[in-house]
Design a protein around this ligand. Structure first.
Ligand code: NAD
Length: 270
C-alpha cells in the first residue's frame, strides 16, 4: 500500500544483509513510498549477503563501508552528496557482538571484543551522525533512526553485552538529537523492536524462546520486520516532524506488560 509518503526524499540505509534483515524491508518500503535509497553494508557482508540483489531490484547501488571506519563513512557520504545533494533520512540497522558470536557469557567477557561490540553497534551511530553534521549533509526536517531492543532498559541475560551497546545507542540518539535539532531541525530517534527472526536476532542464545515469550506476553503479538519497515517509513515522513530524542517501542505492548493471562495460566498449570 504505497502513499508516496517519501516522494522527493533521499536517504542512506545501513545493514541490509538478506531478505530477512529489517533494513532490507525498510529499503523496499522506502522505495515503494517514492524515496531514493542508497544502500551500505560492511565489505564482508557484500561478499556473503545478498544486498547486491536488493540494489538491483531497487535500481540503486551499494557502497561498502565498515560503519566503524570514518574514512569509509566519508567516501559513502561523499557519494551520497554527489548523487542527491543533501539527504533526508538515515537508517542505522547495525548490530554485532564478537562475544555473542564466540559464545562468551556476560560474566566472562573478552573486553577487547566488548569494545568492538560497543563500537560496531553504537559508536558507529555517533560516527555517522558526527560526519553528517559536520558535512551539513542533512536537509532541514530530516530524520535519523537507529534500531534498539528492550534489553537496553530491562535485564535480558542472554542478550549479553549487546544490552550495553543498545543502552549506549539510545543515549547517543538523545544526545545527538539535541545538537541536530538545533542545527538543522533534524530528528534522531531509536525504535525498540520486538525479537525478529534475522541473522543478528537468531544469533542470540535462546532466541526462539524469546520470540515465543514475546508473542505470549504482548497483547498485539510481536511486531514483524515488515511492520517495523512501515513504522520507519512514517518516522522518515513529514508526519512525525516533532518527534525527536525518543526511544519508541514497537513491540505489540510488550514493554508495558508484567505478565499475561496466557503465561500465568501456563505457569499455574491451568
Ligand atoms: N532481530 C531482532 O530480534 C532485533 C530486535 C531489536 C533490534 N534489532 C536490531 O536491528 C538491527 C538490524 O538487525 P537485523 O535483526 O535486521 O539483523 P541483520 O543481521 O540482518 O542485520 C545486522 C547488520 O549489521 C551489519 N553490520 C555488522 N557489522 C557491521 C559494520 N562493522 N559495519 C556496517 N555494518 C555492519 C551486518 O552486515 C548486517 O547487515 C540491529 O541493530 C539489531 O540489533 C534486532
Amino acid at each position: 500500500m504505497a502513499n508516496n509518503l517519501l516522494k522527493g526524499k533521499n536517504g542512506i540505509i545501513f545493514g541490509a544483509l538478506d531478505e530477512n534483515s529489517i533494513a532490507w524491508k525498510v529499503a523496499e518500503r522506502c522505495h515503494e513510498e517514492g524515496a531514493g535509497v542508497l544502500l551500505s553494508n560492511a565489505p564482508v557482508a557484500l561478499r556473503m549477503g545478498k544486498v547486491n540483489d536488493l540494489a538491483q531490484k531497487l535500481g540503486t547501488e551499494v557502497i561498502p563501508a565498515d560503519a566503524t571506519v570514518m574514512e569509509d563513512l566519508q567516501a559513502l557520504f561523499d557519494k551520497a552528496a554527489e548523487k542527491y545533494g543533501k539527504i533526508d533520512f538515515i537508517l542505522h540497522s547495525i548490530g554485532m557482538s564478537p562475544n555473542v558470536r564466540k559464545g562468551k557469557e556476560y560474566t566472562g567477557l573478552n573486553h577487547e571484543w566488548y569494545l568492538k561490540t560497543l563500537d560496531i553497534s553504537a559508536g558507529s551511530f555517533h560516527k555517522m551522525m558526527q560526519l553528517a553534521y559536520q558535512m551539513d549533509l542533512m536537509n532541514e526536517w530530516g530524520s535519523i533512526l537507529g534500531l534498539s531492543y528492550i534489553a537496553a532498559q530491562r535485564s535480558f541475560p542472554k542478550y549479553n553485552d549487546m544490552a550495553d551497546a543498545k543502552a549506549l545507542l539510545e543515549s547517543i540518539a538523545r544526545s545527538f538529537g539535541y545538537h541536530f535539532g538545533k542545527k538543522s531541525k533534524v530528528r534522531v530517534n531509536t525504535i525498540s523492536q520486538s525479537p525478529t527472526p534475522t541473522t543478528a536476532g537468531t544469533g542470540v542464545k535462546g532466541f526462539d524462546a524469546m520470540l515465543e515469550y514475546g508473542e505470549k506476553t504482548s497483547p498485539l503479538g510481536n511486531a514483524s520486520a515488515d511492520e517495523c519497515a512501515d513504522f520507519c517509513v512514517v518516522m522518515f515522513s513529514d508526519l512525525t516532524r516533532k518527534i525527536t530524542m525518543q526511544n519508541l517501542f514497537h513491540d505489540g505492548g510488550f514493554s508495558s506488560m508484567g505478565i499475561s493471562m496466557e503465561l500465568l495460566e501456563g505457569l499455574a498449570g491451568e
